[in-house]
Design a protein around this ligand. Structure first.
Ligand SMILES: [Zn+2]
Length: 600
């Protein structure tokens, strides 16, 4: 590649391809094998929009590599063999789940009412559905399946043989900063501390212990007790020749009382598969096993002594592999904490976001910011501005005037190497759709009438979907009372009688010309044009003096007061279309015509 990279994805793809070629030249990988990009997700609770970055960064890089015609695979490791660490506070009805702490996530029952077989599956399926909607292809790998079928048998035996080396590598960092401490507080300015901690918790086993044994011995393997199923186990003895491992369990007994299990168990690591490598050994083992070239991680994995740094040495010194290219990605904030998510674990998920915005818009949020930049997913009225920005970008790209970085982010959002995502055929402004939903109370015939006057090509509501349904969900579930539009039921007589003559004249002029201009464009030209005509200019005049602009603002303010009793509201042409000519004339105190009388 000799051209300048268009954006961060392009640049990372260059690096990853170059690294893959270098490793092939060194004989470390098969040059014909696909390049491997990886993500790891822990289905320990709702997988939220912060975790989605763990997937989107490698997805976008893998997609760019595929667009260049190079085979590339995106793996998602489901860390469902990790221990159930704590009962999430925000999910109701699961106090009894305390008894499952220490078991693999795939052995914990799902939350009440779930159709799925386990805790891990419940949260994995929700994420898989969201990824499908987002157009993210991947190969999922269940770590439960890999461990319990013995796929990692040789790697586990190797790690146990090399335990002294691992202990020594870990020892280099044990006196340094505690792992798991968020190192990049500045990157999280708009995220609350609690949420930050929750994101760190959800993003992997960053705080898991490094492995231990009795009497100062070190073992990087943690057995799951065959009696109680938990990992409150301590390795007592290991015989390298027979691979026999003896452990004692301090897990809960039959009555759930801590420490009562007391099982002393024996397993043979060459044929009994009830346990896993500790996280700081597990992760680098998988880098080597899968030949991962690219895997980013959150800030909680990249502090000194953290799993990414330690793993880089473990993978070389023990598993004969290499550390992948692994940029740090910053936290994702949420504005207007999603009200709908409070019942499902407190932090909104990709599915929550996809209930109010189209997949390509959500993709765009992750594509347009470099991984180390934090950003915010808007659930409050900021989503209106986000959609305005998106529509502006779309027009700019269509006109061929976009900057290379913007054009690249746009292309990564609307489709992948596999094809384009489904989009709304007639994408009217989200802001306008919200106003229409709000002002008609979501009445379908009324909505269609108004939307057709906005764009005459619209013959059915299907043409405005799915954007219309998303706007409807936003209005009904997220909009603040202050975001809602309430139309006056009776004219404000006191205000009408106090209006100065020029304002009265402007309102009468509007009333007279409503019918002949009853389209979005027509009404736009009309409301902006009336103050121009009053100042002696033509309707189409573009060069306006400060006085004329002030007159426009005063006219709009009067209209908002007369229609809504408020200082601002939805865009005026949209508002007028939603109200209908009869109601507008009545509220602005214009003479009611005969047609209106017949209607009213
Ligand atoms: Zn036990």
């Amino acid at each position: 590649m000799t051209t300048q990279p268009a954006d961060w994805v392009d640049r990372l793809a260059d690096e990853v391809i170059a690294d893959a070629q270098r490793r092939a030249e060194l004989g470390q990988r098969d040059p014909a094998a696909p390049i491997v990009c990886a993500s790891g997700l822990s289905p320990s609770g709702p997988i939220h929009l912060g975790n989605l970055r763990e997937v989107m960064v490698p997805h976008l890089v893998a997609d760019e590599i595929r667009r260049r015609g190079i085979a590339c695979e995106h793996l998602i490791s489901w860390d469902d063999y990790d221990r159930f660490r704590k009962v999430p506070g925000a999910i109701p009805g699961i106090d009894a789940w305390n008894a499952h702490i220490g078991k693999p996530l795939s052995s914990v029952p799902p939350p009440p009412g779930s159709p799925h077989a386990s805790w891990a599956e419940h949260f994995r399926v929700a994420m898989t559905e969201a990824l499908s909607a987002l157009g993210v292809p991947f190969r999922g790998i269940s770590q439960t399946r890999m461990y319990t079928t013995g796929s990692y048998r040789d790697q586990v035996l190797l790690a146990m043989r090399q335990r002294a080396v691992i202990d020594e590598v870990l020892g280099r960092y044990r006196t340094k900063a505690a792992p798991g401490a968020p190192a990049q507080a500045s990157a999280t300015a708009d995220v609350g501390n609690a949420q930050e901690a929750e994101q760190a918790q959800g993003s992997g086993a960053a705080t898991e212990d490094d492995g231990s044994g009795t009497g100062g011995a070190y073992y990087p393997f943690k057995p799951y007790c065959t009696a109680c199923g938990t990992d409150f186990t301590t390795v007592i003895e290991y015989d390298e020749d027979t691979t026999e491992l003896i452990y004692r369990c301090a897990g809960p007994g039959r009555d759930g009382n801590p420490g009562e299990c007391g099982n002393t168990g024996v397993m043979h690591l060459d044929r009994d598969f009830h346990g896993k490598l500790v996280w700081k050994v597990d992760w680098p083992m998988r880098w080597a096993y899968e030949g991962v070239i690219f895997e980013p991680s959150g800030v909680d994995h990249q502090s000194p002594g953290s799993s990414y740094v330690v793993g880089g040495q473990v993978v070389q010194e023990v598993f004969g592999g290499w550390q992948p290219i692994g940029p740090m990605y910053a936290f994702v904030g949420i504005s207007g904490m999603a009200k709908m998510s409070s019942s499902k674990g407190g932090v909104p998920t990709p599915a929550d976001a996809l209930s109010i915005m189209e997949p390509h818009v959500l993709r765009w949020l992750y594509a347009r910011r470099r991984p180390h930049q934090s950003f915010t997913v808007a659930f409050d009225h900021e989503i209106l501005r986000l959609y305005d920005e998106w529509d502006a970008l779309e027009r700019k790209v269509a006109s061929g005037k976009g900057q290379p970085g913007d054009v690249a982010a746009y292309a990564r959002s609307v489709g992948t190497a596999q094809g384009e995502l489904r989009r709304t055929p007639r994408p009217l402004p989200y802001r306008a759709l919200c106003s229409v939903v709000d002002l008609t109370g979501s009445h379908e015939a009324q909505m269609l009438r108004i939307l057709t006057s906005m764009d005459p090509r619209i013959e059915s509501l299907d043409q405005v979907g799915p954007r219309l349904e998303l706007a409807r969900t936003w209005v009904q579930s997220q909009a603040d009372p202050s975001d809602r539009t309430v139309v006056l039921t009776e004219p404000d007589v006191a205000l009408l009688t106090s209006l100065p003559a020029d304002q009265r004249e402007a309102l009468d002029s509007l009333a007279r010309q409503l019918d002949e201009n009853w389209t979005l464009d027509g009404l736009t030209a009309l409301v902006y044009g009336i103050p121009k005509v009053q100042a002696g200019l033509s309707l189409a005049e573009k060069k306006l003096s400060p006085e004329v602009k002030a007159a426009q603002r005063a006219f709009f303010a009067t209209l908002y007061q007369l229609l809504l009793g408020a200082d601002t509201g939805p865009r005026l042409p949209t508002l007028l279309l939603c109200l209908g000519p009869h109601r507008v004339r009545r509220l602005i105190g214009a003479a009611v015509d005969s047609a209106d009388q017949a209607q009213g």
